[in-house]
Design a protein around this ligand. Structure first.
Ligand code: PXG
Length: 285
């Protein structure tokens, strides 16, 4: 059975789910999105994803049709229509069809698209052995150009960085900000454990403020760990006891090597494992 895609209030078979080539989402990457995960029929932290979507849209002058409650209902309904309980959900809001020019005022009907799909997880080997990553030469988009806090449809920055990783056999990469500080991975946030403190770069380091990142900080505090959001350098990662990435799709995934330097003992660490275990209880409760 073909999956059903939600487009602005209607469901279409995958083959018939189409958007205008005049949509500014297609022409200019003009729109915003969310990537979410459902566990046993429940979308994890759905309200937080919807809040972030509304904030991203506000920042780019995009008025999302309907209310947050309408979009929450549409997301839940799309899962039901597709008979999915454990799934990956992509929610997209585009500026809608306009002309070939840049004028956003001519885009009268923003489109809401919801795709619920089977999960395509990283192989279990990555979790057991940990990732080896490198720093990309592509730096994270500067907030003065386009705030990385906006989850916009313009992901070329992240895509180019990820291609650089693939060229040298890495599935993920580290991006620095324009000051040379650590920002994040191409589609995940980064954490280190060093001298009994859990560190992660702050929101203004040029990152997308991940929802998984926030949950991990909360859980770490509940577990009595000391946490710190402060600027981080690559040296801090090279000399950390543990390193891991966080994201809705990956959950928590260990990093054991950066730019050829082995992190800690080169194996996924005990702190990450403990946090992943707590995270999995949280998502599956
Ligand atoms: N940084 C960036 C640049 C992201 O795109 C994260 C961090 C982690 O945020 P969350 O809220 O997920 O903890 C993201 C999220 C995909 C995909 O399909 C991308 C993300 C999430 C889920 C799937 O590549 N990015």
């Amino acid at each position: 059975m073909s999956i059903k895609i939600y487009i602005s209030g209607q469901y279409f078979d995958k083959e018939d789910a189409k958007i205008s080539v005049f949509d500014h989402g297609f022409l200019y990457g003009d729109g915003v999105f969310e990537g979410m995960r459902a566990y046993s029929g429940k979308v994890f932290r759905l309200e937080e994803h919807i809040t972030r979507l509304w904030e991203s849209a506000k920042s780019i002058f995009l008025k999302i049709p309907g209310t947050p409650a309408d979009v929450i209902n549409a997301v839940n309904d799309t899962l039901k229509v597709n008979n999915l309980t454990d799934a990956y959900i992509r929610l997209i809001v585009t500026r809608g069809a306009g002309t070939l020019g840049l004028d956003a005022d001519l885009c009268k009907e923003p489109q809401i698209i919801i795709i619920a799909a089977q999960l395509a997880l990283y192989p279990s080997e990555f979790y057991e052995k940990g990732l080896e990553i490198v720093t990309a030469s592509t730096t994270r988009t500067n907030a003065g150009m386009l705030s990385p806090q906006i989850k916009s449809l313009n992901y070329l920055n992240n895509i180019m960085a990820k291609i650089e990783g693939h060229l040298v056999g890495c599935v993920e990469v580290l991006l620095l900000n324009s000051k040379g500080e650590v920002a994040e991975a191409s589609g995940d946030n980064i954490f280190i454990w060093k001298r009994n403190v859990l560190h992660t770069p702050p929101a203004d380091a040029g990152i997308l403020e991940g929802i998984t990142r926030r949950v991990v900080l909360e859980l770490a505090e509940e577990l009595g760990m000391k946490t710190k959001e402060a600027p981080m350098t690559r040296h801090d990662i090279y000399t950390a006891d543990e390193c891991f990435l966080t994201g809705s799709a990956a959950e928590l995934i260990p990093v054991v090597k950066l730019d050829g330097r082995i992190i800690g003992d080169g194996k996924p660490g005990a702190v990450m494992k403990k946090l992943l275990e707590r995270f999995q209880q949280e998502t599956r409760k």
